[in-house]
Design a protein around this ligand. Structure first.
Ligand code: 3PG
Length: 212
């Protein structure tokens, strides 16, 4: 089950990729660093091709991020995306994913949006943009109210604040682009990417899973 898997993985690199030819070395670096999931954002023309390349692997769970429209969600799933992440809470997108049995994590920034997600039967949402919204402090307040909900904070997460989020029992996983910096990818700095991921994995290994 996807969300159980996500709870074990605890950290999802968020990637902006301009050249699908880099998808395989990037996937190799992520796996070598110790992670087994990635979110490819649909912000570039090459994103779908990169998803297709990565989805063929058995060692990486590939999802599509920055999914803004239903057509994008369908295209990503056609290319093999195993999950869909969107910045906002779109009922149309969520309902399609639920009907198609594709795990979906819509972005929620307010209690109203979280309630909308709940009403559609979801129990996990993305808390976005996490740091800008008030970070851990805001999330503590939200989780006190929404006790059955789980969250994937994304936006402003780094190695410095990662464990503060993961210490909250309702946080399933965090997402972040700091692990695969766009500049590193453009310059094919796969060693740097692998090392940054390995550093984060080390942090995870030294911190117990608290998610309920
Ligand atoms: C996302 O698409 O989820 C965010 O852009 C990731 O946020 P970050 O770049 O601050 O990690």
């Amino acid at each position: 089950m996807f969300f159980e898997e996500l709870k074990k993985i605890r950290l999802v690199p968020v990637v902006v990729i301009d050249d699908a030819g880099l998808a395989t070395p990037l996937a190799d670096a992520i796996v070598a660093g110790g992670l087994s999931s990635v979110e490819i954002t649909l912000r570039t023309e090459e994103a779908l091709a990169a998803i297709k390349t990565m989805a063929a692997r058995s060692d990486l769970m590939v999802g599509a991020g920055t999914v803004l429209t239903l057509d994008q969600a369908k295209a990503a799933v056609d290319c093999g995306a195993r999950f869909i992440v969107s910045p906002g809470m779109s009922p149309i997108l969520v309902d399609w994913c639920l009907a198609a049995k594709i795990p979906v994590i819509p972005g929620c920034a307010t209690p109203t949006e979280i309630q909308m997600a709940m009403e559609r039967g979801l129990d996990t949402v993305k808390f976005f943009p996490a740091e800008q919204l008030g970070g851990v402090k805001m999330l503590v307040t939200l989780t006190a109210v929404f006790q059955a909900m789980h969250f994937m904070p994304t936006g402003g997460i780094t190695a410095d604040n990662l464990l503060n989020y993961l210490a909250l029992p309702q946080v399933v996983a965090c997402g972040g682009s700091w692990l695969v910096k766009t500049g590193w990818l453009k310059e094919k700095k796969f060693t740097e990417i692998r090392q940054e991921i390995a550093r984060a994995v080390q942090l995870l290994e030294n911190s117990p899973t608290r998610c309920l």
